[in-house]
Ligand binder design. Structure first.
Ligand code: AKG
Length: 239
């Protein structure tokens, strides 16, 4: 990953709000981590199936720290955000197979409640990813709009979605095709989501979030969000 390559990727990211990097992990290492993640899921989750949609507690998986140290991941994050960055957590996003749920259209900062959304999510594919198996999609250039109004979503694990009244038709929808070990990065203000998995192939990704160390958070937004989250849990846990 030389400077010229990283700069061209940064230019693409700034213009479009997302960018793809190929071969972050080798296929062999990716398969190894996926096997280990499956073992972790079986042991740690008291019978619940982590691969049905998502799991926010991925920092409990030992290997996540190891992967985060990968020099390519560090280089990507610093080339896009600068060197003044910090770890902002990791998640598992999975769709086990046919019929697994969509993720509603949202901007991550609707969850983060920061001032300005200066952060990114590196979404690392542990399986191959396409539109058919519920791959992530982006509204190209939507990050330039700033934070759009959100409303409560009805999907389990995802409490926020962009308000239905917002006109999103002017944005082109991009669905990256990825091989296992590739990644796609999006910013805190890039609108994205994913559809149902309509194939019989699993779609599994893990994320690495980074934010600018000086990023501040909006207390009143956080308070409102937490209130909505509580209500969301009551509704979705009951369904
Ligand atoms: O993997 C997905 O379907 C959604 C991922 C997502 O929303 C995210 O990484 O912020």
């Amino acid at each position: 990953m030389n400077n010229k390559y990283l700069l061209s990727k940064r230019n693409f990211f700034e213009k479009n709000g997302y960018v793809i990097y190929k071969n972050i992990l080798s296929k062999k290492n990716t398969s190894y981590y996926l096997r280990d993640l499956k073992k972790f899921a079986l042991n740690k989750n008291e019978g619940k199936n982590l691969f049905l949609q998502g799991y926010h507690g991925l920092s409990k998986w030992k290997k996540i720290k190891q992967i985060r140290k990968n020099p390519k991941i560090k280089k990507i994050a610093t080339s896009l955000l600068g060197t003044n960055i910090k770890n902002f957590g990791s998640e598992l996003f999975a769709k086990k197979g046919s019929g697994t749920m969509p993720v509603p259209l949202h901007q991550d900062d609707a969850y983060w409640c920061s001032n300005g959304g200066r952060g990114l999510t590196l979404w690392l594919a542990l399986t191959s990813v396409s539109k058919k198996n519920g791959g992530i999609f982006y509204l190209q250039g939507s990050h330039k709009k700033g934070l759009m109004p959100h409303q409560m979503a009805k999907t389990k694990k995802f409490s926020q979605t962009i308000k239905k009244s917002i006109n999103i038709n002017k944005y082109k929808k991009i669905s990256p095709v990825l091989n296992k070990g590739d990644c796609v990065v999006h910013g805190g203000l890039t609108a994205h989501g994913s559809k149902k998995n309509i194939s019989n192939k699993p779609r599994i990704a893990i994320t690495f979030r980074f934010i600018d160390k000086n990023l501040t958070f909006n207390k009143s937004r956080l308070k409102k969000y937490k209130k909505q989250l509580k209500k969301h849990r009551q509704i979705t846990e009951a369904t």
